[in-house]
Design a protein around this ligand. Sequence first.
Ligand code: NZQ
Ligand code: ZN
Length: 388
Amino acid sequence: MFNFDFYNPTRIFFGKDRLDVIDKNVPANANVLITFGGGSAKKSGLIDKVKANLGSRKVIEFGGIEPNPRYETLMKAVEVVRNENIDFIIAVGGGSVIDGTKFISLSSHYQGNATDLLKYGFTPITSEVIKKVVPFGVVLTLPATGSEMNSGAVVSYNHGKFPVMSEFSFPKFSILDPTITFTLPKTQVANGVIDAFVHTLEQYITFPVDAKVQDRMAEGILQTLIEIGTTTEAEPENYDARANLVWSATMALNGVIAVGVPQDWTTHMIGHELTALFGIDHGQTLAIIYPAVMNVCREQKHAKLVQYAQRVWNIATGTDDEKIDLAIQKTKDFFESLGVKTRLSDYGVTADKIPVVVEQLKAHGLTALSETGKVTLEVSQKILEQAF
Ligand code: NZQ
Ligand code: ZN
């Protein structure tokens, strides 16, 4: 196991009817900004419920944060924070609203041009750059990204998607009420299951470092998602199934299974380009790319792929290669069972666009991906061809 530091200060309130904790966890005299998306939280009455729990505090609403939140939209919210002396934000939404809020929080007191903050990639932005942030809490409406309990965000700018990391970007608290997610359309539930599944895989299928706890936890999350995936999609109001999806998604990317192990993220980086270029949903891009990554990178991932086949899919017979082939097929079948297509061509993208994706990877400096750095642009091209 590698050496590691671990820090996660986000307070979690899980379960039914938890909005009353807002009052105790937001400073009594705060000026509050509520951020939300295209309207689902307004329509369901959730925004009004959040407001009711803020009592007599001054509250301003900022809606319209779109999926794959755009820099320009977020800077409009920064203006509101500055003009209205906002000192606490509550993000009501999925990954896009939460990520957008993290960027608003980081940018509001930043002295320079906020596009600077898009240049750090996976390198955390430190107190040398950020002197003050606006603290924020979360009411989660979509289980998928883990953003409710991590310090990362992804911001869309200029035909690219830019990761932004900072230890100042952990939510102060997150309310995880599975019943709030009952209104999700099936496609978003499927996206969420796949996002959580692939987050887990990208921290698990690398090379072995004898991290037994992390491996068993990752396998537990994967098996839970396989067990409840189609049920929670077909029965949105099945509380137990949904509760297990919500906690799986949070656990998949809150840093716990990441400690002391190598990480991949090839699929996410290629997937972000597909979203930026063609507007394909984040979860769908992962269903397209991950099976191809397993196949193309089967040598560097050999031992963990065999472990995945044996322990997650209970494949006990055959040669190692047969086990890996079957595990890849079962992974694809699982994604397809959720109604999500697993080929690039299923989304109307033509083969002549593959070099365009590779160009974008190059433009964004993503030329040595994966746990080994061996996924060069040539290998990414191969992955995209396999995925086509
Ligand atoms: O905007 P509204 O009207 O609210 O509708 C949203 C949106 O259209 C809808 N929705 C959310 N909750 C709902 C609901 N509809 C009905 N009922 C509810 N309860 O769902 C749609 C998608 O929402 P979005 O927030 O975009 O989805 P998701 O949570 O999948 O977030 C995706 C974003 O997160 C980033 C992705 O790149 C993408 O930008 N990621 C963030 C990560 C992180 N911070 O750690 C890691 C991930 O890998 C990912 O990259
Ligand atoms: Zn993801």
